[in-house]
Write a protein that binds this ligand. Structure first.
Ligand SMILES: O=P(O)(O)OC[C@H]1O[C@H](OP(=O)(O)OP(=O)(O)O)[C@H](O)[C@@H]1O
Ligand SMILES: NC(=O)CC[C@H](N)C(=O)O
Ligand SMILES: [Mg+2]
Length: 506
C-alpha cells in the first residue's frame, strides 16, 4: 500500500509533490521519490527514508518543471533497496517514469514474456518495473511519434489484459503528459481533482483524497476500476473506461487500517466506516456478552481511536486515552522486519497507570495481524495495574496472506492463521477476545456506498478476487518473502545496490 501522486500544474510542482507525499507518508515509510518533467528532460530524486529525509533543499531546487509524479514505498515485492524506490524509469519509447501502488500476481510470467518476446530489459526484482515495461511495450508497438489520448488508452487496455493483481499507477510520459490507471478490480484506491489558478486549471491524481484536500484541490472523482485518466502536458483532462466488464472489488483493509480517516475512498468516508465498525462491534458485545463487566474502553493509537470512540458510546462507557503515542515514531505494522516492529511498539506507546489501576479494561485495536502490538500492549496494561484485560478488534481475524500490495506474505506469521479466537486470546494474553464479524465489517463500509457490491476480503476469507491465486502461488510467495527470507535477501541486495543502474539521481 504505497502512496502515489501526480500533478500537471501551471507553475513548478516540486513543493506540491513533496507536500502531497508528506500527507501520504502513512502509506509507506521505506523510501520516497519524485520525478519532474521540464522541457523534455526528466529530473529524479529518490532514496530510502521518510519524505522529509529524502528531499533536501538542493534536491528540491533541481526538481524543476510544471508536471511530475511521486511515490512513498512500502515494499511488497523485490527488496527495499533504493534502486527499487520509485518512480522507476525507461527511456524508450518517449521516456516514461512510473509509480505504483499494489502488487502484480503474474510478474514472473510477465518477466519471461518481456525478455523473450518483447525484448525488454529488467534491472531489478520489482514488480513495478514489470508494470512499467509492459506499459512501455504497449505504447511502443503503436509506432507513433505523437500519441493521442485514445492511443494511450489503447495501450492501457492491453496492460489490463496482461497484468494481473492490484495496481493503481501513475506515469509521466515525456512530451505527452500524465497517465493514471486503476486495475480492473479497483483493488487499490486512486482519485483525481483540480484546482483553478490565475494561470489556468491544474490537475492532480493521488492514492487518497486527503492529499487533494491538503493542497487545495477539489475532488473530481475516484478513478473507477479499469479506468484511466490522462492529462496532457498542456492541461487537457481525458478519462476512459478501458475494460468491458465491471468487476469492482476494492480492498476493505484500506478502511480498516491503511487509509487516513479523513479520506474519502470510492465515495465512502473512511472515518464514518470506522465509526460504524465500532458501532457494530459494540452491538456484538451487547448481544453475546450482555452482562459484561468492562469499566473503561481504551484505544490503541492511532488507527483504532475512531472505532473505539463509537464503541464506547454505544456501550455507554467512558473512553480513556490510556496509551500515549510518541508522535515521532511511525506506523509499526509497515516496518520492514519483525525485530524492528517488536521493538518499536514499546518505543511508540506508553501507558498512563491511573487509567488502568484496578480496572477491567477493554483494549480496542483496528486489527490484529501478527499479534506484535496486542501481545505487548496487554503486558503493558497489566504492568500498569489493570484487573482484567479484554481485547476487541474492529476487524475480523486476519487469517490469510495478502497478495495485492500489503506485505503479509506468510500465513504462518499471522497470529490468527489456523487458530480459533480463544487460542489467539490465550497467545496474546487477553482475559477475553472479541472480533468483528466479516459481514458486519462489510456492512460498515457498504453503508457508505451501497453501489459497491463486493470487496477484496482475502485476508479474512482466503478468497482472492482476481481468481488467479492457488496454493502453489501462496507457497512460493511465502518462501520468497517470509521475514527470514527477506532479511537474508536484504543483506545481499544492499551490498550490490551501489552497482545498480538508474536514471541519474538529482
Ligand atoms: O498485530 P500487528 O502485527 O501488531 O498489527 C496490527 C497493528 O498494527 C497497526 O498499527 P501501526 O502501529 O502500524 O499504526 P497506527 O499508529 O496507525 O495504528 C494496526 O493499527 C494495529 O495496531
Ligand atoms: N505497497 C505497495 O504498493 C508496493 C508497490 C510495489 N509492489 C513495490 O514493492 O514497490
Ligand atoms: Mg495500530
Amino acid at each position: 500500500m504505497c502512496g502515489i501522486v501526480g500533478i500537471v500544474g501551471k507553475s513548478p510542482v516540486n513543493q506540491s509533490l513533496f507536500d502531497a507525499l508528506t500527507v501520504l507518508q502513512h502509506r509507506g515509510q521505506d523510501a520516497a521519490g519524485i520525478v519532474t518533467s521540464d522541457q523534455g528532460k526528466l529530473y529524479l530524486r529518490k532514496d530510502n527514508g521518510l519524505v522529509r529525509d529524502v528531499f533536501h533543499t538542493r534536491h528540491m531546487r533541481r526538481l524543476t518543471g510544471n508536471s511530475g509524479i511521486g511515490h512513498v514505498r512500502y515494499p511488497t515485492a523485490g527488496s527495499s533497496t533504493s534502486a527499487e524506490a520509485q518512480p522507476l524509469y525507461v527511456n524508450s519509447p518517449y521516456g516514461i517514469t512510473l509509480a505504483h501502488n499494489g502488487n502484480l500476481t503474474n510478474s514472473d510470467n510477465l518477466k519471461r514474456d518481456l525478455y523473450s518476446t518483447d525484448r525488454r530489459h529488467l534491472n531489478t526484482n520489482s514488480d513495478s518495473e514489470v508494470l512499467l515495461n509492459v506499459l512501455a511495450h504497449e505504447l511502443q508497438i503503436l509506432e507513433k511519434n505523437q500519441l493521442s489520448p485514445q492511443d494511450i488508452f489503447k495501450a492501457v487496455r492491453e496492460v489490463f489484459k496482461r497484468c494481473k493483481g492490484a495496481y493503481a499507477a501513475v506515469a509521466l510520459i515525456s512530451g505527452h503528459g500524465l497517465l493514471c490507471f486503476r486495475d480492473p478490480y479497483g483493488i487499490r484506491p486512486a482519485v483525481y481533482g483540480k484546482r483553478e489558478t490565475e494561470n489556468g486549471t491544474e490537475f492532480m491524481v493521488a492514492s487518497e483524497s486527503v492529499a487533494l484536500d491538503a493542497l487545495g484541490y477539489e475532488l473530481i472523482d475516484d478513478i473507477g476500476p479499469g479506468h484511466a485518466v490522462f492529462i496532457s502536458e498542456d492541461g487537457q483532462l481525458h478519462t476512459e473506461k478501458c475494460i468491458e466488464e465491471d468487476t469492482f472489488a476494492p480492498c476493505i483493509f484500506e478502511h480498516v487500517y491503511l487509509a487516513r480517516p479523513d479520506s474519502l475512498i470510492d465515495n465512502v468516508s473512511v472515518y464514518k466506516a470506522r465509526l460504524r465498525m465500532g458501532e457494530k462491534l459494540a452491538e456484538k458485545i451487547l448481544r453475546e456478552w450482555p452482562d459484561h463487566d468492562i469499566d473503561v474502553v481504551i484505544p490503541i493509537p492511532d488507527t483504532s481511536t475512531t472505532s473505539a470512540m463509537q464503541l464506547a458510546n454505544e456501550l455507554n462507557l467512558k473512553m480513556r486515552h490510556g496509551f500515549i503515542k510518541n508522535r515521532y515514531i511511525g506506523r509499526t505494522f509497515i516496518m520492514p522486519g519483525q525485530q524492528m516492529r517488536k521493538k518499536s511498539v514499546r518505543q511508540k506507546l506508553n501507558a498512563i497507570d491511573l487509567e488502568f489501576g484496578g480496572k477491567n479494561v477493554l483494549l480496542v485495536d483496528d486489527s490484529i495481524v501478527r499479534g506484535t502490538t496486542s501481545g505487548q500492549i496487554i503486558e503493558m496494561a497489566r504492568e500498569a495495574g489493570a484487573n482484567k484485560v479484554y481485547f476487541a478488534s474492529a476487524a475480523p481475524p486476519v487469517r490469510y496472506p495478502n497478495v495485492y500490495g500489503i506485505d503479509m506474505p506468510a500465513a504462518d506469521e499471522l497470529i490468527a492463521h489456523n487458530r480459533t479466537e480463544e487460542e489467539i486470546g490465550e497467545i496474546i494474553g487477553a482475559d477475553k477476545i472479541i472480533y468483528q464479524d466479516v459481514d458486519a465489517m462489510v456492512e460498515a463500509v457498504q453503508e457508505g456506498n451501497p453501489k459497491i457490491k463486493t470487496f477484496d476480503l482475502s485476508v479474512f476469507t482466503g478468497e482472492y478476487v482476481t481468481g488467479d491465486i492457488d496454493m502453489n502461488y501462496l507457497q512460493e510467495l511465502e518462501q520468497r518473502r517470509n521475514d527470514m527470507a527477506k532479511s537474508s535477501q536484504e543483506t545481499s541486495e544492499i551490498e550490490n545496490s551501489a552497482m545498480v543502474m538508474d536514471l541519474h539521481n538529482q
